[in-house]
Design a protein. Structure first.
Length: 396
C-alpha cells in the first residue's frame, strides 16, 4: 500500500479526526496510487494515522476512511459502515416510519463522498469522491443487503465530481427502472419525487422538520413561499390551515411538479394556493411596490455561496431577499429564512439578516434557530458538514 506522507506539523487535523487532507499538507506519496486507491496516512515522525482514499486531481488530496491504521478498507468495511448508519437512524424516534429518509450522510457517517437517500423502496445514490467511485460496487452491494431495496438509481452528477477528475454518472444500478416519479408521504402530505431529473436526489429531505414548523405556524396566516421548488413548504402550510399561500419560483418544470403535488392531495383546498412563475428577486420588489403584506414568509433560496470565496457576492443576495422579506411582513409576521451555502456560516448569516432588518427599519427577534433534519447529522470533528442554517424571526 502506498504511503501519503504529511509535512511536519500537518498531522494535527488528522489527530483531531478531521477527514480531509489538503494538498498543502502533503509532503509526498511513496509508491504509486491511482485515483481512489487506499493509502496509508503517515505523519512526519513516521506514525501511521489511518487509511484514506487518494484523489490526485482535487485540492482535498485524500479523504480518510478510517483513523484506525489496522482497519482494512474492503467490502466488509462498507458493510459495517452502512449497517452503522442505518442503526443510528433507527435509534431516533422522529425518523421512525419516514418514507423519505437520508440513509448515508457522507463524512458524518464515516463515508466521505457517499450520499444515499431512501424514497420508499427506491434508493438514490450520489458518489462525489474518487474513493467512493472506486468502491461503487461494494457500496451498492452493501446497500442492497442492508435495506432489501427494490431499486437503486445513481445521481452522481454534482459539480464536486469534476473537482475529483470524475465524469458525471447517472442511471439504474439495481432493480427495474420503475416509471412514474416515486410518491412518498410526509406528515400526511403526498409528494412526487423525480429522482431522475429533480434537484439533488429529487427532494430536499433536509428541510423535513422545518416544513413541520412551517405547518404549525401557518394556521390562518397569509403565506408567501419563495424559491418554492416542488411545493414542500407550500403544501405543508396548506395542510396546516393557511388562509392563502402564494408560491414563487423561476422554474416552470418545478411549478408544474408543485401543481401535480397539490393534485395528489385532494383534501387540500387548491383554491387557497397560487403558483407564480417569476424571478424571486424581482417579484419581491413587485409585491412590495404593490403594498402586499404577508403573515408568514419562507425564503429558501438555492446555494448562493458554495465556498467561502463566493461569500461576499452571496451576502449581497441574501441581504436583498431578506430586506424585502421583512418589508413584506405584516405586524407580528414571521420570517423563516434559510441558507444552504457552506460558504456562509451561521454567524455571518445572522449578521446579514440583522442588517436586512435594520435597513427595513423594523424590529425583529429570533424566536427559533433551524438546521437540517436528524437524518443529516453533523460530525463534531467536521463542522464543514453543517451547511443548512435557518432563523425564524418575528417582527413587531
Amino acid at each position: 500500500m502506498s504511503q501519503l506522507n504529511l509535512k511536519p506539523g500537518r498531522e494535527r487535523s488528522v489527530l483531531r479526526r478531521h477527514p480531509w487532507i489538503f494538498d498543502g499538507a502533503v509532503e509526498n506519496l511513496s509508491g504509486r496510487a491511482r485515483s481512489g486507491d487506499t493509502v496509508e496516512v503517515v505523519a512526519a515522525d513516521g506514525r501511521v494515522l489511518g487509511r484514506a482514499a487518494w484523489s490526485p486531481s482535487s485540492r482535498i488530496r485524500a479523504r480518510v476512511w478510517s483513523f484506525d491504521p489496522a482497519e482494512s478498507i474492503d467490502d466488509a468495511f462498507f458493510k459495517r459502515r452502512i449497517a452503522r448508519a442505518l442503526s443510528r437512524r433507527s435509534d431516533l424516534p422522529e425518523l421512525a416510519g419516514q418514507q423519505g429518509l437520508r440513509l448515508i450522510h457522507a463524512e458524518a457517517d464515516g463515508l466521505p463522498g457517499v450520499i444515499c437517500d431512501c424514497y420508499g423502496d427506491t434508493l438514490v445514490l450520489a458518489l462525489s469522491s474518487a474513493g467512493a467511485e472506486k468502491w461503487r460496487d461494494a457500496i451498492v452491494g452493501a446497500l442492497i443487503k442492508a435495506t432489501g431495496c427494490a431499486r437503486i438509481y445513481e445521481r452522481s452528477d454534482a459539480d464536486l465530481r469534476s473537482l475529483e477528475g470524475l465524469p458525471a454518472r447517472c442511471g439504474w444500478l439495481h432493480g427495474d427502472e420503475g416509471g412514474a416519479p416515486v410518491v412518498i408521504e410526509e406528515s400526511g402530505v403526498r409528494m412526487a419525487v423525480d429522482i431522475v431529473a429533480g434537484h439533488k436526489t429529487g427532494f430536499y429531505l433536509d428541510q423535513r422538520e422545518n416544513r413541520q414548523i412551517c405547518r404549525q405556524l401557518a394556521r390562518g396566516r397569509r403565506v408567501l413561499n419563495c424559491f418554492c421548488y416542488t411545493g414542500g413548504f407550500s403544501l405543508q402550510a396548506l395542510a396546516g390551515g393557511a388562509a392563502t399561500v402564494l408560491s414563487v419560483d423561476s422554474s416552470g418544470p418545478a411549478l408544474s411538479a408543485a401543481a401535480h403535488n397539490l393534485a395528489l392531495n385532494p383534501e387540500l383546498e387548491a383554491g387557497r394556493g397560487q403558483w407564480r412563475g417569476a424571478d424571486v428577486f424581482s417579484e419581491l420588489r413587485t409585491l412590495a411596490a404593490a403594498g402586499e403584506r404577508y403573515d408568514l414568509i419562507v425564503l429558501d433560496p438555492p446555494k448562493f455561496a458554495p465556498s467561502p470565496a463566493h461569500a461576499e457576492r452571496a451576502a449581497r443576495a441574501y441581504k436583498d431577499i431578506n430586506l424585502y422579506g421583512f418589508r413584506l411582513l405584516a405586524a407580528g409576521g414571521i420570517l423563516m429564512t434559510y441558507s444552504c451555502s457552506g460558504g456562509i456560516g451561521i454567524e455571518l448569516f445572522q449578521k446579514i439578516v440583522a442588517g436586512a432588518a435594520q435597513d427595513a427599519k423594523i424590529e425583529a427577534r429570533i424566536v427559533r434557530r433551524l438546521s437540517a433534519a436528524a437524518d443529516h447529522p453533523v460530525l463534531l470533528d467536521f463542522p464543514e458538514g453543517e451547511y443548512l442554517k435557518g432563523l425564524v424571526c418575528q417582527v413587531g
